[in-house]
Design a protein. Structure first.
Length: 231
């Protein structure tokens, strides 16, 4: 039932988002949607989406391994008394994907209706990152706490692997992480997005990434543009 609810909500959110993007602009000479303000928020959405996509692939892998009776619990040294099925993993994936899509839709609305906001903020983007972080590190017995705790333990062993014992599950996950070069770069971009305060005014800071932006005499030029031009 929850899977159907999240699937329906996700479908409706996608259709609404597409409708908002294709909505004619107030000035018909301008494009339907200006993606420049979304560039700064893109690393957050891409980073979270890749984690959700990885969770979906894990649910598919668990289904295939269980179907062909592969003892993956023994291979990855997991607790045989605590099993998470592919249906449970896919349900959590759809829930996270729905939250991701709602946040993306909210950010699209802010950028689309920028004439209502003097300084378009990335509150929806920050909200998505905070919600995802809370779900991953929630200390209570919800959202499969034992599985989340085991994942944190494996990540810790990966970071201290030069000084500890490396098992196959540590090597396997570390190999996947090192293959996500763009995703790791996105995490660094997220840190600078929120620490530098660029998320507080997407319209001004997006000019630093606009190749066609030409400052006019007397215009208040945003600081990121000056830094990008070494001025």
């Amino acid at each position: 039932m929850l899977l159907s609810f999240f699937s329906g909500t996700l479908l409706i959110t996608i259709l609404v988002t597409i409708g908002i993007i294709l909505m004619p602009n107030e000035n018909r000479l301008l494009p339907h949607f200006d993606w420049e303000e979304m560039i700064l928020a893109l690393p957050v959405f891409r980073f979270v989406f890749m984690l959700i996509f990885a969770l979906i692939l894990i649910s598919v892998d668990v289904y295939i391994l269980r179907r062909f009776r592969v003892n993956y619990m023994f291979i990855f040294d997991l607790d045989p008394h605590y099993k998470v099925t592919h249906v449970q993993l896919f349900r959590v994936s759809m829930m996270l994907l729905t939250i991701w899509m709602l946040s993306f839709m909210a950010q699209v609305i802010v950028c689309k209706l920028n004439f209502l906001f003097e300084h378009p903020h990335a509150f929806a983007t920050m909200g998505l990152f905070i919600i995802f972080g809370l779900i991953c590190f929630f200390p209570f017995h919800v959202f499969y706490k034992k599985s989340r705790k085991e994942l944190v333990r494996v990540l810790f062993h990966i970071f201290v692997s030069p000084f500890g014992v490396v098992k196959f599950k540590h090597f396997f996950l570390a190999d996947i992480i090192t293959s996500l070069g763009v995703t790791l770069k996105d995490f660094i971009s997220i840190f600078f997005l929120f620490s530098s305060g660029q998320w507080l005014d997407l319209a001004e800071n997006a000019k630093a990434f606009d190749k066609d932006y030409n400052p006019q005499p007397g215009e208040n030029i945003p600081e990121p543009y000056l830094k990008s031009k070494n001025l």
